[in-house]
Design a binder for this molecule. Structure first.
Ligand SMILES: [Zn+2]
Length: 486
């Protein structure tokens, strides 16, 4: 028997049930939105935390680079004064101090970067610290005897022991801000396809033009490494370490070099006048002394480290997106600091792939000391700090710069996965063909080794190689592209 009231009561109950279900669903969604909002807030806060810390660490390091360069410049002036006073002990002490400062200055920069990062609540990174500790061990073996001398000659007696100890001490406190543009003496240069990050990007993104622009044999008909590759032995031996200079620290190096040379061969005394004017040291009459022909060891800017800052030229080959050209007196490469750091954010909501609810935020930042030499107060003409070659006190300020415009900005010295691939996987792979399944770079080599992958690229290039043009109408050298991006 059916009755209308019964039916409507059931309906009401049903509707009530639906309402509760709906409310519960809405509540769940609201709770999730709330939690997600908290997460979003945490991630944004973490991002700005890591950004502040990275910028502060890079600025702190660059400040010490500038200070050290000024000190070495002041010592060049003191050297001249001691020379004209005939004080040979002081002369020796000055050059010795300059050699040591080239290492202790950058080490102070490294410490300052750690302090700045930790003050901004970025904590020690276990991988960074382990890499630094391992490198300190490597440095302690830099004086290993080899045929014809030692592995890497010391810039001053006992340098490697002292330098290794400094690195070990810094590592003992933990590395929070990693020096990402470091170039270790035992690092091999990048001029091998397997050491070029662009190769891995090309494989991952199927950027077939990259292979066309990096031919390994004749390009007629279209013939690239996609055609030529046979097996792991095809790549050729990996390059051996080729250190640029032993006078500069590997981390935050200043790009200096010392030469024994006489002042009269070196230059007109103008450079000293400029430096002395800035320092308010009276060097009048210096030219009349008998020190001009004396051969002495002076500190110079290394000409390959200090060059025009072409990457920052908006009209240059890299077409850097800046509003206008860099002021002439600031247009130089040279000493700068790139920092890599991680901040961890704990989420309330789960997300795919990361069950532990931790997000690792990466931040890289770069800073550089800037300055100029003033020639004359009346003209106000400003010169690059390295205008005379000789190091003079010139650095006045520090600025953040784009990471990609920093020297060695694409190195990624403390990109732990990349580093592990270069140092551990590649030597094994080239020798035996073994790849590491857990390494994304190894997996890309495996992709390249797949004949079907290479055939896909060959087919594409056969018809489309006309689309491949060299960037900027020339060059097309290695290292195009960047590993970075915040
Ligand atoms: Zn690998």
């Amino acid at each position: 028997m059916r009755s209308a009231p019964q039916s409507s009561a059931r309906h009401r109950a049903q509707r009530g049930g639906q309402t509760i279900v709906f409310l519960l669903m809405a509540l769940t969604v609201l709770v999730f939105i709330f939690l997600w909002n908290v997460d979003l807030h945490r991630i944004v806060a973490g991002k700005s935390l890591s950004q502040n810390a990275g910028d502060a660490a890079a600025l702190a390091a660059a400040r010490w680079q500038g200070t050290t360069l000024n000190l070495i410049g002041e010592l060049n002036l003191m050297h001249a004064l001691a020379l004209s006073a005939g004080d040979t002990d002081a002369v020796d002490a000055v050059t010795n101090l300059q050699a040591r400062l080239s290492f202790t200055g950058p080490m102070t920069a490294l410490v300052a970067a750690q302090v700045a990062a930790k003050n901004n609540r970025i904590y020690t990174d276990a991988d960074f610290t382990a890499l630094m500790r391992r490198h300190a061990d490597d440095v302690s073996r830099y004086d290993t005897p080899v045929a014809g001398g030692v592995l890497f000659p010391e810039p001053y007696a006992g340098a490697w022991d002292a330098y290794a100890r400094m690195l070990a001490d810094i590592a003992a406190d933990g590395i929070a801000a990693a020096p990402d543009n470091a170039r270790f003496y035992n690092d091999a240069p990048g001029n091998h396809i397997l050491r070029d990050p662009a190769f891995y990007d090309a494989v991952a993104g199927r950027i077939w033009c990259w292979f066309y622009l990096h031919p390994t044999a004749s390009r007629n008909p279209v013939r690239t490494m996609l055609d030529d590759f046979t097996d792991h032995s095809w790549w050729g031996p990996l390059p051996q370490p080729d250190p640029p200079s032993f006078e500069n620290a590997e981390i935050f190096g200043l790009g200096l070099v010392s030469h024994p040379v006489s002042l009269e061969r070196l230059m007109t005394p103008e450079a000293f006048q400029v430096g002395a004017a800035q320092q308010a040291i009276d060097l009048t009459g210096f030219v009349q002394t008998n020190v001009m022909p004396v051969v002495e060891r002076w500190y110079f800017y290394h000409p390959t480290a200090w060059q025009a800052w072409t990457i920052m030229n908006p009209d240059g080959p890299d077409a850097f997106p800046i509003a206008g050209p860099v002021k002439p007196e600031y247009d130089y490469t040279g000493a700068d600091a790139v920092i890599r750091l991680h901040a961890q954010v704990t989420r309330l909501t789960p997300s795919a792939g990361t069950p532990d609810r931790h997000d690792d935020l990466l931040w890289t930042a770069a800073a550089k000391p800037f300055g100029y030499l003033e020639t004359d107060d009346s003209t106000g003409l400003k010169l690059r700090p390295d205008a005379f070659g000789l190091v003079l006190p010139a650095f006045r300020e520090i600025r953040l710069i784009p990471v990609d415009a920093a020297s060695g900005g694409a190195t990624g010295s403390f990109d732990i996965h990349w580093r592990r691939h270069l140092d551990e996987h590649l030597p094994l792979y080239v020798a035996t063909g073994r790849l590491d399944d857990d390494c994304r770079y190894c997996r890309r080599i495996a992709t390249f080794q797949d004949a079907a992958f290479r055939q896909q690229g060959r087919d594409w290039l056969l018809h489309n190689h006309g689309l491949c043009t060299l960037p900027g109408g020339g060059g097309g050298g290695r290292g195009g592209g960047t590993r970075r991006g915040h």
